[in-house]
Design a protein around this ligand. Structure first.
Ligand code: FAD
Length: 431
């Protein structure tokens, strides 16, 4: 990846983008394309956050989503979301034709091995919105399925090769963390920025009080294994049963995903994933393993738009529910239109101020109350929840909002912005 300088002066710009993951970079790229002045600042290296751990399936097939969207946003809302994400697949295909990033056309499949009722309902929903999808009774997987839905001509790529190339032409500062806002300027360790408008693309939004994001989001962690000698499986797959296994090839490696769960709660992690790998691919070697987490919204739609109704000029982009490839592309288009005062069919559906009375709000509230009252140590410096020890990854994880810390208390994942304080009894024991 190209290295960018650290900001060491005071600068001015029309739009400041905070965060250099796929969301921030695609937004910067879109603003450049439209001739809008911008600067992107990244706390670390670009793409060093969640984007480095993605499995980068580029698809409009986002799990069992369309049946839910139909109920929550009506036929037009669900259709609009499908069209936008399907168009995003096409834009990637077009862009990637000029970039050496391993883009491959692949069909995407959602499958189940148990009662296929939920998958049946999803297929009905897809037919109602006119999606290009097909029902199948079998798949080339090492176990039988009870049903599957195919989305033809989706894609996959190497996200860092793609983002590394498009970022070469962008105005970026690395190692430039926005620490605070003094009412006029965004302050970083060695510089400051004055901006007319700001886009917060920090994965979990960085300010708590505005926009109620600590209630509207939680983080869900997923685990991935890179398997050698597992054989070739054409296509990209996601299971809807308890295991929720995900498959896609990358050169000769099979990327097997799963073990997911709300950060800080009991997910299966690599242990369950390794059991599946041994059962289905007994001859395979585990060459790589990693984990990452994404922000989950209350209703399956991301939050893209004004950070809160009271803060004109401050925008946010988050909550991609583990579908940030097409999600970020659609978000960049929405933000581009909002910043130019143009209409966009997705703007209302994505608006962060939309209705929040959803069952997931109750789950998020209950988790926050329980973990705030639980008298365990150490506590998260973000909002004070009791942390849980993750024995597989040797980290302290926050069940409320997903901040994570190493065994020594070093910050690993936001929304917390600093390390755990020494002097905490449980933490000291762990050290
Ligand atoms: C295991 C896994 C697999 C996935 N697979 C897929 C898939 O197959 N297909 C798909 O579509 N999606 C997938 N996703 C989802 C997708 O990867 C994410 O939605 C996407 O990468 C999120 O990107 P981001 O830019 O929001 O976050 P990040 O990549 O985390 O970027 C945020 C950046 O903001 C920076 N930052 C934070 N605070 C500050 C600050 N104060 N100042 C400056 N910079 C700051 C951080 O350093 C970071 O680099 C997957 C997610 C996971 C967890």
């Amino acid at each position: 990846m190209t290295a960018f300088p650290e900001l060491e002066e005071t600068i001015q710009t029309d739009v400041l983008i905070i965060g250099g993951g796929i969301e921030g970079i695609l937004c910067a790229w879109e603003l450049k394309r439209r001739g809008i002045e911008y600067v992107l600042v990244e706390a670390d290296r670009i793409c060093s956050g969640v984007t480095a751990g993605t499995t980068a399936k580029i698809t409009a097939q986002h799990g069992l989503l369309y049946e839910k969207l139909l109920r929550r946003f009506g036929t037009e809302g669900a259709r609009e979301y499908y069209r936008a994400n399907q168009n995003a697949v096409g834009w990637y295909r077009e862009l990637c034709a000029k970039i050496d990033c391993g883009f491959q056309n692949e069909d995407s499949f959602l499958y189940c091995c148990e009662d296929p009722e939920a998958l049946d309902l999803e297929m009905d929903a897809l037919e109602r919105i006119g999606a290009k999808a097909e029902w199948l009774g079998s798949l080339p997987l090492p176990f039988p399925v009870t049903g599957a839905i195919r989305f033809p001509e989706q894609g996959r790529f190497h996200p860092l090769k793609f983002l590394g190339t498009i970022s070469e032409e962008l105005r970026i500062y690395e190692h430039t963390k926005v620490i605070s806002f003094d009412g006029k300027r965004y302050l970083t360790a060695k510089g400051s920025i004055t901006a007319q408008r700001t886009v917060v693309a920090t994965h979990f939004p960085m300010w708590n009080k505005m926009g109620l994001f600590p209630l509207k989001l939680y983080q869900d962690r997923s685990y991935v294994l890179g398997l050698k000698n597992a054989g070739r499986i054409p296509g990209m797959y996601l299971g809807m049963d308890a295991e929720r296994l995900s498959f896609r090839m990358e050169d000769e490696l099979l990327l097997l995903g799963g073990g997911s769960g709300r950060t800080g709660s009991k997910g299966g992690g690599w242990e369950t994933l390794e059991r599946s790998a041994r059962a289905y691919f007994p001859k395979a070697d585990i060459r790589y393993r990693w984990a990452a987490q994404d922000c989950m919204s209350l209703d399956g739609m991301p939050y893209v738009g004004q950070y809160s109704p009271k803060h004109a000029g401050l925008y946010v982009v988050t909550g991609f529910n583990k579908w940030g490839m097409t999600g970020s592309m659609t978000a960049a288009m929405v933000l581009g239109d909002l910043l130019q005062g143009k209409e966009n069919g997705l703007a209302e559906l994505y608006a962060p101020s939309r209705r929040i009375l959803r069952p997931q709000l109750g789950v998020n509230l209950a988790s926050s109350v329980w973990n705030l009252l639980r008298p365990a140590q150490p506590r998260c410096p973000h909002l004070g929840c009791a942390l849980k020890w993750n024995s597989q990854e040797k980290s302290w994880d926050c069940p409320c909002h997903g901040s994570r810390f190493s065994g020594e208390g070093k910050l690993l994942d936001n929304p917390a912005t600093g390390d755990l304080k020494p002097g905490n009894t449980s933490l000291d024991k762990r050290i």
